[in-house]
Design a protein around this ligand. Sequence first.
Ligand SMILES: [Zn+2]
Length: 218
Amino acid sequence: MVCPMLAMCATFLCAAVSFAQPPLQKITILLRFEHPESAVSRQIMQTEIQSLLGRSVSVRFGTEIGALDLTVGRLVAFRMRGYCSMNRPVDDRRPGLALGSTFVSDGSVLPFGEVECDRIRASIQRVSHVNLPEGQRQLGQAMGRVIVHELYHMLSGSSIHTKEGLTKRGLSSFELIANTARLPRNSADAMEITGTLPCSRREPATCTLGALSAEHKP
Ligand SMILES: [Zn+2]
């Protein structure tokens, strides 16, 4: 809940940054799903990613490079492993496994990663018991948050984690489904996407993050 004074400050911040619009950065995210995914989860995931990266970034999504034109901007790719839909049974419920990963070669962070949908589903179901439509929404939101974490590694070239926010080492079940999430300002700086992040996500008071429970690579 945001108090009236806080809301007014947030509104002012929006007005202040609108005078200095940075160049729009383009990012294209290629997604390859191992199995047919939930269309609802996919749409929510895309919305979550765009929301977290902010209005200074134009995010496009595709499935293969051949279908894209030459204005893709920065290109990254994810293999979506397992079943990215809540209408499938969850087989592996072991906690603490990586929810996502980014490949590193000779010390360089590559623009290729993997998202573990089965593990994300298991993590969500440990704390959430909702109907299927709401479950698909939660899955999409969680997938988006895991991808933004890996995007931080890819775009910054860094394997270092922050102490809080989406770029810390692990995201708990509660953090995956929480109403709000925050990309730390220094992480956005490292990704070179600073400028017009949504105001509601710049205010730490609106974002409460829980304890760590899931490790991932790097
Ligand atoms: Zn990480």
